[in-house]
Design a protein around this ligand. Structure first.
Ligand code: SAH
Ligand code: SF4
Length: 371
């Protein structure tokens, strides 16, 4: 059996005859939320039966979920082989002003997806790093996370959804499958999520950043910087021994990015380690000449971690320094802090949670009302 979500529209067209069936199937899956081939009524019956023998399009089963007081929901999914991954739905309000100057607020969603089972990068602050890398996710397993979450939460097809590759795993260590997922997600007959609404976050694999840039997909880039000296960065992130700060910055400078957009630098703030104004000063220097925005993230302590959550006052001072020196800087609201925000943490705590039903339509009412 093959995962149908692994196929771009043109790949599907190449194996189906007549080829217009591919578009119909795409629409059933991505626009009309079909759950099985029998629902695809405009396909001939024998074709439906044939497809059902060869393909599936439900690569995930939800094992657990946790909803935070701020509305974000974290999911633990089991893959067909029993491995588990996490994804998060982050609802936010977006203010829109129309031509007449009327202001309206719409729910906008960001879905944070995993790209691998585990991760081999070994960052010392990250829970996902602990078990090492189990395997890469296929493109269809990445696409499946978004499809499942949209469906279970009844997010209307037209509603804007952003995708961030900030869940478990290092997306650029699984570049080919991630690149293909980006393309499947953007298909106009599929989920139609433009690449400029998709952000690939990396710990800084310089050569892979270059390759991603050469593909010129139009995706946005986020760099997990977390430290401004090579000494500290190597301690936090072993990848810095292969690609140090200067190498990462060079790769960023060469990355094609939409004129109106910026490269995001994620900076995990750890108490007493990288939270001083001196660090902020060095950061401003490092970013000189780069169209950047900085996102400060509270370190989220987990059992056995040697680091501490930063003080709000230090976060604000850090942010203030960057802003005063012309660098756009936001503090990531600790969305879902009460649901163990950082990826890897739900998986670890899953033993303590109550199980949920396997399919989206049987989730609780609170789940259903999210649209
Ligand atoms: N591997 C990629 C993709 C995202 S990693 C990368 O490193 O960029 C998952 C995200 O969780 C990263 O943004 C990382 O900074 C964050 N994270 C990991 N451990 C965390 C913790 N203990 N507290 C807060 N954020 C954490
Ligand atoms: Fe991997 Fe990212 Fe965690 Fe580092 S922070 S171990 S790169 S998932």
């Amino acid at each position: 059996m093959k995962n149908l979500l692994d196929y771009t529209l043109s790949e599907l067209e190449a194996i189906l005859s007549p080829k217009f069936r591919a578009k119909q199937i795409y629409e059933w899956i991505y626009k009309k939320n079909a759950e099985n081939f029998d629902e695809m009524l405009n396909l001939p019956k024998d074709m439906r039966a044939n497809l059902a023998q060869k393909f599936y399009f439900d690569p995930l089963r939800c094992v657990k979920f946790e909803e935070s007081s701020d509305g974000s929901i974290k999911y633990l999914f089991a893959l067909k082989d029993g491995n588990t991954i996490e994804s998060v739905l982050l609802p936010m309000k977006e203010v829109e002003v129309d031509e007449g100057g009327n202001i309206s607020r719409h729910a906008r969603y960001t879905i944070c997806v995993s790209s691998q089972v585990g991760c081999k990068m070994g960052c010392s602050f990250c829970l996902t790093a602990k078990g090492g890398l189990k395997r890469n996710l296929s493109s269809g397993e990445i696409v499946g996370q978004i499809l499942w979450i949209k469906r279970a939460n009844h997010i209307p097809y037209e509603r804007r959804v952003n995708v961030v590759y900030m869940g478990m795993g290092e997306p650029l260590d699984n570049l080919m499958n991630v690149a293909k997922a980006i393309q499947i997600l953007k298909e106009p007959d599929g989920l139609a999520i433009a690449p400029r609404r998709q952000t690939v976050s990396t710990s800084g694999l310089g050569a892979q950043i270059k390759k991603l840039g050469e593909m010129d997909l139009g995706v946005l880039l986020a760099i997990s910087l977390h430290a401004v000296t090579n000494e500290l960065r190597s301690k936090l992130m072993p990848v810095n021994n292969a690609y140090n700060i200067e190498a990462v910055m060079d790769a960023v400078r060469g990355f094609p990015i939409d004129m109106r957009k910026r490269v995001m630098f994620e900076y995990l703030v750890i108490r007493g380690i990288n939270d001083s104004v001196k660090d902020a000063k060095t950061l401003v220097k490092l970013l000189h000449g780069i169209k950047a925005k900085v996102n400060l993230i509270y370190f989220n302590p987990h059992e056995g971690s040697e680091y501490g959550r930063p003080e709000l006052a230090d976060m604000l001072k850090f942010q203030e320094y960057l802003r005063a020196h012309g660098v756009t800087c936001t503090i990531r609201q600790s969305k879902g802090l009460d649901i163990s925000a950082a990826c890897g943490q739900l998986k670890q705590r899953s033993q303590n949670l109550s199980p949920v039903s396997n399919d989206g339509d049987k989730l609780t009412d609170t789940q259903k009302s999210k649209s």
